[in-house]
Unconditional design. Structure first.
Length: 296
């Protein structure tokens, strides 16, 4: 799979939404997620990872080493069976496998990391081998993302919509249209921060330089193959990468994140487009041994 990464990274992603719902909250009628105290919009890490997985699956189409473990309508045990088949293990007769091979868990874990990009990247809970009585534990991936938060408080707006297609014959006898509602954010710019651990890549999953390049590509394009009417117009506007000079890094991550300042332009009361904001990187706050790369 290529050479394992040797440098620690942190990164900042800026993306925006126009007239769409970037991440619906099932606890609030699928309205855009919001911090109830501050009014800032939120997008979960799970949502962002889903976009990255979808892009990799679209581009690689299940190429060797680039399968996706967490995917829609595919039970995890179906993917687990690939490991059994490769290792020549009968999944129905593995109760005593651990006694005969103390390293069985490790072999299966290594197979899954080698063949599934999202396990190699984000990690996974490898306790789903229920029939085998094996427990590969929790694989902690080298790439971690936090929640995205909007730069300014957002306005969650409900829009009433109508359609001329009536559902049933009985309804059609009494009305010509049906009403519905759509929740949108008129405009919001969101910021997400992430981490890439070379130490975990070397010790656990084997996350490689090629995997890293694919990650950057997936982040930049994560909305380009995922457009829908519900999400409106979404785009990644900035990907700022901090590359440390060594495996364990040169400084705390928060110092690098603090060096990226995003704020509304002077005189703009209500932001409605990306150019209403300015993005500044204060390089004087960043150690000379940390390379700053603006990918977009």
């Amino acid at each position: 799979m290529g050479e394992v990464i040797k440098n620690r990274y942190e990164f900042v992603v800026l993306f925006d939404v126009e007239n769409g719902n970037p991440n619906g909250d099932p606890d609030a009628g699928n309205m855009p997620r919001i911090d109830p105290e501050s009014g800032y919009g939120l997008v979960t890490d799970v949502c962002l990872k889903r976009k990255i997985r979808n892009y990799v699956e679209t581009v690689k189409e299940d190429d060797e080493g680039y399968k996706i473990y967490i995917k829609e309508n595919v039970p995890l045990n179906r993917s687990d069976n690939l490991a059994f088949a490769y290792l020549g293990i009968d999944g129905e007769k593995t109760k005593d496998l651990k006694k005969n091979d103390p390293d069985a868990d490790v072999k299966i874990r290594d197979f899954m990391c080698k063949n599934f990009y999202d396990i190699r990247t984000f990690g996974a809970v490898m306790t789903t081998f229920v029939k085998s009585h094996l427990n590969c534990g929790q694989v902690r991936g080298p790439v971690q993302l936090g929640f995205a938060r909007s730069i300014d408080p957002i306005i969650s707006q409900e829009v009433t919509i109508t359609r001329v297609a009536i559902t049933t014959e009985d309804d059609a006898a009494g009305k010509n249209t049906e009403m519905g509602r759509k929740s949108i954010v008129p405009y919001g710019l969101y910021r997400a921060e992430g981490y890439v651990s070379a130490n975990l890549a070397r010790k656990v999953t084997g996350f490689s330089e090629e995997d890293l390049e694919l990650l950057w590509e997936a982040i930049i394009n994560m909305f380009e193959q995922d457009h829908s009417a519900a999400r409106g117009k979404m785009a990644v506007r900035e990907l700022i990468v901090f590359k440390h000079s060594k495996e364990l890094g040169d400084c705390p991550a928060y110092k690098l994140f603090d060096a990226v300042e995003v704020k509304r332009q002077d005189g703009v009361e209500y932001a409605r487009k990306y150019s209403d904001y300015s993005v500044a990187i204060h390089k004087e706050q960043i150690p000379e041994t940390v390379e700053v790369i603006r990918m977009i």
